[in-house]
Write a protein that binds this ligand. Structure first.
Ligand code: GLN
Ligand code: ZN
Length: 770
C-alpha cells in the first residue's frame, strides 16, 4: 500500500491572513474571538487542500498563533513561573506574553530579561532554517501537567470536518533538547522521567479521540548528540507505547548517520526519512528497519521551491518498492512550513519561471502524481500526461539561456589561485593602509545603515508605485545621503557610511540587480510570529549587468574628506537568505555571486572608495547541522569571500561584518577570510567573545560592537569606555575599532545621535589614556 502525507503545512495563509489578524489583535482592533476564528478558518482551508489533493490524512497540531514550540510549552503545562500566569489568563494571553514579553519589562528585546522578569522567551533558529522558535526554559523546578484543550479542540475540528487525522507533536527528547537550562549545570535530560507520563497521557487521549496516527518529530536525531541523549531514546519510546495508537517517528534536515540504527530500533509503527538531506541513511535503514515497520520517504524537497524531477523520483521509489514490501509513505522531506503556500499564480514571478516552481499546494499535487504512478495500472496510465508535462518543463528549464551562461562558466573555469588572495599579507597591507588613512587610535565607525525614516520608506514606496520619477527618486536619496554624511561629520565619526537609504533589505537589494535572481509577489515564508520573509529565487547563472551601489557611495565620498566605506552584502549571506537552484552545487552559486561582488568592489575602488565592507552576517548560520560537514562548507564559504575582495590594491581596506554573537567555532574560518577589519556584534556578550579571538591570535583589526542596537537605550560614555578597555586587555589596542553591534536602520535619529556621540566621546577619552 502507498500512503501520502505531509509533516506540516504553512500556517500564515495565502494572503498572510494570520499575520494581519495577529497584528490587528495586538493593536486591539479585533478581539480574541475574531483571532480564533481566523485560525479556525485557516486550519479548515489547509486541511481541505490536503484532502482535495488526495492525502490519506490531514496534519493536526502544526498550527500555531505564534510558534509551534511555544505551543508545546503550554501543552505540557511548563510555562516558566517568572511569567506568573494565573488560571484567569487565557491560552492566547499566555502565548503572546511568552512570545512578546510584558511591555514595560521587555527592555532589550528577546531573551534580554530571560530567567527573570517577564521579558519574552529567547528566540532561536529552528535548526538551519530561517524560522525562529521560542526557546523553552527548564530548571529543577520545572513540572509538567497536561493542558491539551487547544490541541484536542483542533483534533475535534478536523474530525468534525470528516478528515482522518494524524496529530503532529514535537517528540519529548527534541522538546527538552531544544530548550535551555536555567541554571548552569542543570541537565534537561533529568526532566525526561517526569515528562514522559504526560506525553503518554496525551497519546491516550488522542487515541480515545480516534486519531489515526501520531507523528512524533525528533529532528535532533540528525545532530551530533551527546551519548546520554542518544541512550535515552530507546527506553523513552518504550514507555510511550499506547496499544492501538500507531506512532510515526519523523526525522529531517540532516543525516541520521550514527543514529540510524537507533532510529530503526525504536518501537514505533513508522519511520520518516528526509531523502533530500539524509539520502546517505537510506541503505542502512533499508537493512535495519524491521519489515513490520512502515517507511515514510521524504522524497520532495520541503525546503526549496523547485518542481520535482518526477521521473527520477519515480525511478528511486520503484526500486525501493521492489526492495521493501508493506506500506510505503510518500511525503515532502520535512514540514512545508519553510516554503510559500503556493506559487502557482504569483503575478510578480517571471512568467518563464512560473512553471518551474512549486509551493506547498503544488507539492501536494506532486505527491499524488507519484503515488498514482507508483501504484501502476490505470492510475499510473492516467498520470502519464502530467509526467510528460513535468519532463518538458524541466527540459525547458535546463535549456533556458537564462539558466546556463557560457560566459559565466568560462570565467569560473579561468579562475586561478591568485584570484583568491590579496596581493600582500596583512602586515604589509596594514602598514600601507595606515599611511593612507592616518586614522587615530580606536577609530570610530558604524555598520552601514542609518534610521530608515518614514520619509525614506515613503520615497522607495513612491518609486515602486510609479509615483516618483527616477530622477526625483535619485535626488531624494541623494538628499538622505547628504544628511547622513552631515550627521556623521557633526558626530565626529572617523569612517563614514552612506547610510543605505536606498535599500529595503540587504539581500533583495542586490538580488534585484543581478541576473539569475527572480522575485515573487506572494512567496512569503514565516520567520517568527507574524513576521514573514520573501526570499529571492536564485534560478540561473549570476551576472551583474551594471554597477549596483557605486553611484550612492561615490556621491557620499564626494561630500567629505573622511573615508567612506562602500557597502555590500557577501555571497554566502545572499545565498543563505534565498531559495537556491538545485541543479548545481551551492558552492558554485556562491562563486558566481562572488564574481559579481568582485566586479562591484572593483568599481567602488575605481570610484575612489578606499574602504569597502562586505557583510557576511549569515556565514555562521549557514553551518551544516553535522560537524562532519563543517570543514567543507567553511572552506568554500571563506574562499568565496576572498574571491569577492581580493581584486583590490593593498592600500584598499576591506571590512566585513558579522552578527549573532557566537564566533568561537569558526575562528579559523574568520581568519581565513583575511578581511583587514571585522566588525562584530559583541556588546551582549560583554566582550567575552574577544577572549576567543585573542586565544586564537586573530591577526587583523577588529571592531567589537560596543552597544546593542536592538534597544533604544542610549549607552553611557563610561559604559562604552569600560567595554573598550576590556577589549584592549585581550586584543592589541592599535587593532581595535569602536562601533555599534550592527546597522542602525531599526532605530530613530534622536537615540542614534545620542548613542553615537557617547561612543565617539568614549573613543576620544580613551585615546588620552592609551
Ligand atoms: N550593513 C548592514 C546594516 O548596517 C548590516 C546588516 C546586518 O548585519 N544584518 O544594516
Ligand atoms: Zn549585523
Amino acid at each position: 500500500m502507498i500512503r501520502t502525507h505531509v509533516l506540516g503545512f504553512p500556517r500564515i495563509g495565502a494572503q498572510r491572513e494570520l499575520k494581519r489578524a495577529l497584528e490587528a489583535y495586538w493593536r486591539g482592533q479585533i478581539d480574541a474571538g475574531a483571532l480564533e476564528e481566523c485560525g479556525r478558518a485557516l486550519r479548515a482551508r489547509h486541511w481541505a487542500l490536503q484532502r482535495e489533493a488526495g492525502l490519506d490524512c490531514v496534519c493536526v497540531g502544526d498550527f500555531a498563533f505564534y510558534d509551534h514550540v511555544a505551543n508545546h510549552i503550554q501543552l505540557f503545562g511548563c510555562e516558566p513561573s517568572r511569567f506568573g500566569f494565573s488560571d484567569a489568563d487565557s491560552g492566547l494571553v499566555r502565548t503572546f506574553t511568552m512570545a512578546r514579553g510584558v511591555a514595560r519589562e521587555i527592555g532589550t528585546g528577546h531573551g534580554a530579561c530571560s530567567a527573570s522578569g517577564r521579558g519574552a522567551l529567547e528566540m532561536s533558529k529552528w535548526f538551519d532554517t530561517n524560522y525562529h522558535y521560542l526557546v523553552p526554559e527548564f530548571g529543577p523546578q520545572t513540572a509538567f501537567r497536561l493542558a491539551a484543550e487547544r490541541l484536542l479542540g483542533e483534533v475535534d475540528e478536523a474530525l468534525a470536518l470528516g478528515h482522518p487525522v494524524k496529530t503532529v507533536l514535537l517528540g519529548p527528547l527534541s522538546f527538552l533538547y531544544l530548550g535551555k537550562s536555567l541554571e548552569e549545570g542543570f541537565e534537561r535530560l533529568d526532566l525526561l522521567d517526569s515528562l514522559l507520563p504526560v506525553y503518554r497521557q496525551l497519546l491516550g487521549q488522542l487515541k480515545a479521540r480516534g486519531v489515526a496516527w501520531v507523528q512524533l518529530d525528533e529532528p535532533i536525531l540528525g545532530l551530533d548528540l551527546p551519548d546520554a541523549w542518544r541512550h535515552a531514546f530507546e527506553p523513552a519510546y518504550h514507555r510511550l507505547q499506547v496499544p492501538g495508537l500507531p506512532v510515526l517517528l519523523a526525522t529531517y534536515f540532516s543525516p541520521l548517520a550514527e543514529n540510524a540504527h537507533l532510529a530503526c530500533r525504536l518501537p514505533v509503527a513508522a519511520l520518516h526519512l528526509d531523502l533530500v538531506r539524509g539520502d546517505e541513511d537510506l541503505q542502512s535503514v533499508l537493512q535495519w528497519l524491521p519489515e513490520h515497520r512502515e517507511l515514510s520517504l521524504g522524497i520532495l524537497d520541503g525546503r526549496n521551491i523547485w518542481r520535482c524531477d518526477l521521473d527520477a523520483a519515480l525511478d528511486r521509489l520503484s526500486a525501493l518498492r521492489e526492495r521493501r514490501g508493506g506500506t510505503l509513505w510518500l511525503a515532502p522531506s520535512c514540514s512545508l512550513l519553510h516554503v510559500p503556500l503556493t506559487l502557482a499564480d504569483d503575478e510578480a514571478l517571471d512568467a518563464e519561471l512560473r512553471p518551474w516552481v512549486a509551493g506547498a499546494v503544488e507539492k501536494l499535487t506532486e505527491l499524488e502524481l507519484l503515488r498514482s504512478a507508483l501504484s501502476g495500472g490505470e492510475a499510473a496510465a492516467k498520470v502519464l500526461p502530467a509526467f510528460d508535462e513535468a519532463r518538458e518543463v524541466r527540459a525547458r528549464r535546463a535549456l533556458s539561456s537564462r539558466v546556463s551562461k557560457k560566459a559565466v562558466a568560462a570565467r569560473i573555469n579561468a579562475l586561478a589561485p591568485d584570484d583568491y588572495r590579496r596581493a600582500s599579507p596583512f602586515s604589509v597591507r596594514q602598514r600601507l593602509q595606515r599611511e593612507r588613512f592616518n586614522l587615530p587610535l580606536f577609530p570610530t565607525t558604524t555598520i552601514g545603515s542609518f534610521p530608515q525614516t518614514e520619509s525614506i520608506r515613503a520615497t522607495r514606496a513612491a518609486l515602486r508605485r510609479g509615483a516618483l520619477s527616477d530622477g526625483d527618486y535619485r535626488s531624494a536619496i541623494r538628499n538622505e545621503i547628504a544628511s547622513a554624511v552631515r550627521e556623521q561629520e557633526a558626530l565626529g565619526l572617523d569612517v563614514l557610511v552612506h547610510g543605505e537609504a536606498e535599500r529595503n533589505d540587504m539581500v533583495e537589494y542586490f538580488g534585484g540587480q543581478l541576473e539569475g535572481f527572480a522575485f515573487t509577489a506572494n512567496g512569503w515564508v514565516q520567520s517568527y510570529g507574524s513576521r514573514c520573509v520573501k526570499p529571492p529565487i536564485l534560478f540561473g547563472d549570476v551576472e551583474r549587468p551594471r554597477a549596483m551601489t557605486v553611484e550612492w557611495s561615490r556621491y557620499a565620498q564626494s561630500l567629505t574628506a573622511r573615508p567612506v566605506k562602500g557597502m555590500l552584502t557577501g555571497p554566502v549571506t545572499i545565498l543563505q537568505w534565498s531559495f537556491v537552484r538545485d541543479d548545481v552545487p551551492r558552492s558554485l552559486c556562491a562563486q558566481q555571486i562572488a564574481l559579481a561582488i568582485r566586479d562591484e568592489v572593483g568599481d567602488l575602488e575605481a570610484a575612489g572608495l578606499g574602504m569597502i565592507q562586505i557583510d557576511e552576517p549569515a556565514l555562521r548560520e549557514g553551518l551544516p547541522l553535522r560537524r562532519a560537514h563543517w570543514r567543507d562548507y567553511l572552506a568554500w564559504a571563506t574562499r568565496t569571500f576572498r574571491l569577492s575582495v581580493s581584486g583590490v590594491a593593498d592600500s584598499t581596506q576591506i571590512h566585513t561584518h558579522m552578527c549573532y554573537a557566537e564566533f568561537g567555532d569558526i575562528l579559523e574560518a574568520i581568519t581565513a577570510m583575511d578581511a583587514d577589519v571585522i566588525t562584530l556584534e559583541a556588546s551582549r556578550s560583554g566582550m567575552t567573545l574577544l577572549r576567543d579571538f585573542a586565544d586564537f591570535r586573530y591577526p587583523n583589526e577588529i571592531g567589537p560592537g560596543v552597544y546593542d542596537i536592538h534597544s533604544p537605550v542610549v549607552p553611557a560614555q563610561a559604559q562604552v569606555e569600560a567595554l573598550v578597555r576590556k577589549a584592549a586587555e585581550v586584543v592589541p589596542a592599535r587593532n581595535i575599532w569602536v562601533n555599534p553591534d550592527c546597522g542602525l536602520k531599526t532605530r530613530a535619529w534622536p537615540e542614534t545621535r545620542a548613542a553615537l556621540s557617547s561612543m565617539v566621546a568614549a573613543a576620544r577619552a580613551l585615546r588620552q589614556e592609551f
